[in-house]
Design a binder for this molecule. Sequence first.
Ligand code: ATP
Ligand code: MG
Length: 194
Amino acid sequence: MRIGIMGGTFDPIHIGHMLAAEAAYDTYRLDRVWFMPSHIPPHKQGAGVAGEERLQMVKEAVQSHSAFEAIDHEIRRGGVSYTFQTIRELQALHSGAEFYFIIGADMVNFLPHWEHIEELAQRLIFIGVRRPGYELALDELPAFLHDRVMLADMPVVDISSTDIRERIAAGHSVRYMVPDRVYEYITRGSMYEI
Ligand code: ATP
Ligand code: MG
């Protein structure tokens, strides 16, 4: 079983995330992709939308894809969501599975700063995708990461959750920047005051 993990804050989930996951799924013939919202990401501060609502948006987003699913592992654990801890736990629960962690170029460049990155890089392979504004400088990564980061090609999408939140705050449309069901969920709810 080859399992991709698409981790993120997903505040909200958008089509950049979907295309990154699909590119990894397609390129590396993954069996499943698990979308996993973090509880509190180590590199972000301040309260965003509550975990349960971010999880619900992820569930809406993956609904139509038979190989994609939402997992609540980090939301349920609570606290700061360190990926090394999550992967230790998921590997203990699913022995025999091969894990692939899907990340955008900003996160690829940040990998050297992840907690216990050497252990994590032994446990899984990273699949990196391009993202506007970030150079994918693989040869500048520490040597132990060189054969642990593979690339997947996706149409570059200049969308971030920050940009979406700002558009909503300014009264602009984000239709088609997020999956339709997420758009409907956002317009029904009150977390972004659309
Ligand atoms: P924020 O602006 O709040 O940081 P974000 O759009 O960066 O939101 P995250 O939840 O932080 O979304 O990202 C989760 C993962 O998805 C990260 O690995 C990130 O690099 C990747 N990602 C996000 N947006 C894109 C995009 N447009 N193209 C490719 N990868 C992306
Ligand atoms: Mg981000």
